[in-house]
Design a protein around this ligand. Structure first.
Ligand SMILES: [Zn+2]
Length: 327
């Protein structure tokens, strides 16, 4: 076994929360297995447990190619979440704070699986659909992907200056009321400010990095990070190579993003949102979920204190989840 994984094993007691992966899509489209070690892509149950992950968000990503059938696609991914991800023994669906406590207090082999939707297209313009998805277990909604939908403009439409629509405002209010996390990854900057203005609950940006460390439109500016922190929100630092570094994306550059956010606003606003299985290739040092222990080791090496490391790897996202979940 390589030394990076030994570092991971030594830190098994850490509670890692990962706010984004695209594994549901590869389960449905490529027949990926979840409950056994596959060596494919980035993530399966054995690798999550080896990496110390306690809560994993699973995004039902509604790709634009499913126009005309967004809800059917969403429900297909939700079906995979229950049949393929949440079915092995030791995996519990996170619906409320009780489930969260149960997973955190349980044995070392327990994983909490949280159902997310990436792209408000899934609602097909209907609040009734949103309420029904909540009953199906939805606890985190990414308002947009890169394009425009009924809720808001995504980052790919930032040139229009468009933010939240009237329907988008209604959706945010209903998410707040129901106790569903608002996720602002992929939204246009105008949309980001609109939501921060009206959301009654703290929001997350599930998978993005710091623009001042890597100038990519999907990454947040320092001004955005400051307001996100002031409102009690969390940015999930992501491993998508193009968002990490233009030339040499790797573990050390991921640590740079974490360090930047902590220097900017303190240790309470940073979390993780790997985007595992959502990008091709592998990031050196964080090749798959089994290597997540390298993050703790890297933060230790950079002089972060234990309580800070615990917040960054999971504590901050757990804080927001506990605030938002109503059950
Ligand atoms: Zn994404």
């Amino acid at each position: 076994m390589s030394s990076p994984e030994i570092a991971g094993l030594a830190r098994e007691n850490r509670m890692i929360v990962d706010a984004h992966c695209d594994t549901l899509s590869v389960i449905v489209d490529k027949g990926r297995l979840f409950h056994c070690e596959t060596r494919e892509g980035h993530l399966d149950l054995p690798r999550l447990l080896r990496g110390g992950v306690k809560v994993q968000f699973f995004a039902a990503f509604v790709h634009p190619q499913f126009r005309g059938g967004y809800l059917r696609r969403t429900l297909t991914l939700v079906d995979a979440f229950y049949r393929r991800v949440a079915s092995p023994p030791g995996v519990a669906v996170i619906l409320g704070n009780n489930d969260l406590e149960h997973v955190l207090d349980g044995g070392p082999d327990r994983l909490g699986a949280l159902l997310a939707v990436e792209g408000g297209e899934a609602l097909e313009g209907s609040i009734a659909v949103l309420r029904t998805l909540y009953r199906l277990g939805l606890r985190c909604l990414g308002l947009t992907w890169n394009g425009r939908n009924e809720l808001a403009d995504g980052v790919g439409e930032a040139g229009t200056g468009g933010g939240l629509t009237a329907f988008g405002r209604t959706v945010v209010a209903e998410l707040n009321r129901l106790g569903i996390l608002v996720d602002l990854a992929h939204i246009s900057e105008r949309g980001f400010w609109d939501v921060l203005e009206i959301s009654a609950a703290p929001v997350i940006v599930s998978h993005a990095n710091a623009r001042s460390r890597c100038d990519h439109p999907r990454n947040l500016t320092d001004a955005q990070i400051r307001v996100l922190a002031a409102r009690g929100g969390v940015i999930g630092i992501t491993f998508v190579p193009g968002f990490v570094h233009a030339e040499t994306p790797c573990l050390e550059r991921v640590l740079d993003h974490i360090e930047h956010v902590v220097q900017l606003v303190g240790p309470d606003c940073v979390g993780l949102g790997s985007d595992f299985d959502g990008f091709p290739g592998r990031l050196p040092g964080l090749e798959h979920a089994g290597r997540l222990g390298n993050l703790a080791a890297g933060l230790e090496k950079r002089g972060f204190a234990e309580p800070e490391i615990d917040k960054i790897l999971g504590g901050n996202l757990l804080r927001v989840l506990k605030q938002v979940l109503t059950q």
